[in-house]
Design a protein around this ligand. Structure first.
Ligand code: F0G
Length: 351
């Protein structure tokens, strides 16, 4: 049992790489599938969390980025570009360093979490803050990649989806088969597309006997798929999924329909409540957008949509450290004490 080698080496036979492909990796994937005690109790289901914040740059994007940057390297690209609400840019920035490439990122001005901005900066990427939202950034990034010698590494790049589908493989490899239900947050809709592809491939080739129903959740203020039309000015505290016109919209609908699933919305209040519950009751610190899957689970359970006794996996997509403002906000101030055991004990309620 050697060290986990990253998703390309671990799933090489299921990914578009050849023997001579120069693999660019940070050892992504192999993330924990954590049995969720409180959520299982509350729902009467067997609930697991796929903790994607444990990836090298703190989000699921690394699974796709190892493939996208590897392909860019193989094609001889010297520069990559992406639009991002923060996590894609953090990941692209790190993998570009590994590949010796220049990385340019376009982010919506004032709307990305500080930790993610710090990642793009410390890895030396060139950051442009765009006076617009994510959808505007993606339009701009696409245009630049068509006109200039720079490879686009957003999830419209098929290599990204290939890499991200490995998360579904890992779930099946751990549980012995696909779960009944798989829940995840939906923003640009690449990840739900990728999971569905992975589950379908495993069901077609043997490792799984079936596919799960796919349940995706958008934030209420940024829920174009639920509304059935693009949202011009998307708004949510879950900045990672603040997206009004998802690039993989039709693929997300296809995953929903083919799996007998659903795409629903959760409010910011429900997201924050799930966020706090995950941290305080499950010991899992995620960023707000990540909690949309769990918020969706609790919403479904409360409205009687969730049958008991099912095996359920919720992907929590990104690490809580990326956006610590929400952890600190509203929390009591830490107490200052002198270097004195009795005084400290008293403040802790031990004495
Ligand atoms: N959760 C987190 C933490 C994300 O960063 C994203 C997307 C999603 C969920 C939604 O995934 O877009 O595949 O439906 N973040 C992108 C970014 C948009 O730029 O980092 P999706």
């Amino acid at each position: 049992n050697g060290q986990w080698r990253g998703v390309i080496e671990e799933y090489r036979d299921r990914l578009p790489v050849g023997e001579g492909t120069p693999v660019v990796t940070l050892g992504e994937g192999g993330t924990p599938l954590v049995a969720a005690q409180l959520l299982s109790e509350r729902t009467g289901c067997e609930v697991y969390l796929k903790v994607e914040g444990a990836n090298p740059t703190g989000s699921f994007k690394d699974r796709g980025m190892t493939m996208a940057i590897t392909h860019a390297k193989e094609a001889g690209a010297q520069a990559v570009i992406c639009a991002s609400t923060g996590n894609t840019s953090a990941s692209a920035a790190a993998y570009a360093v590994r590949a010796g490439m220049v990385c340019a990122v376009l982010v919506p001005q004032g709307k990305i979490a500080l930790g993610k901005m710090g990642q793009a900066l410390v890895h030396g990427s060139r950051i442009l803050q765009v006076d617009g939202n994510f959808d505007d950034c993606l339009t701009l990034a696409r245009g630049l990649s068509e006109k200039y010698p720079v490879a686009l590494v957003n999830s419209v790049n098929p290599a990204r989806i290939e890499g991200q589908k490995t998360a579904a493989f890992e779930v099946v490899d751990r549980l012995g088969d696909a779960p009944d239900l798989h829940l995840l947050p939906v923003g640009n809709a690449g990840n739900i597309t990728a999971y569905w592809k992975g589950y379908q491939e495993y069901a077609a080739d043997g490792p799984a006997t079936r596919t799960p129903r796919m349940w995706g959740f958008q934030a209420s203020g940024a829920a174009p798929i639920v509304r059935g039309e693009p949202v011009k000015d998307p708004s949510t505290i879950a900045t990672a999924i603040r997206i009004g016109n998802p690039a993989s919209w039709s693929q997300a609908e296809a995953a929903r329909d083919a799996s007998g699933g659903l795409i629903d919305e959760v409010t910011d209040r429900q997201i924050l409540s799930a966020y706090r519950l995950l941290a305080s009751r499950e010991g899992v610190f995620v960023e707000p957008a990540s909690a949309a899957s769990v918020a969706g689970l609790l919403k479904a359970a409360e409205s009687g949509l969730l049958d008991r006794g099912q095996r359920v996996v919720c992907t929590v997509t990104g690490n809580g450290l990326k956006d610590p403002d929400w952890a600190v906000a509203g929390a009591p101030q830490p107490i200052v004490v002198p270097v004195d055991a009795d005084a400290a004990a008293e403040r802790l309620g031990l004495a």
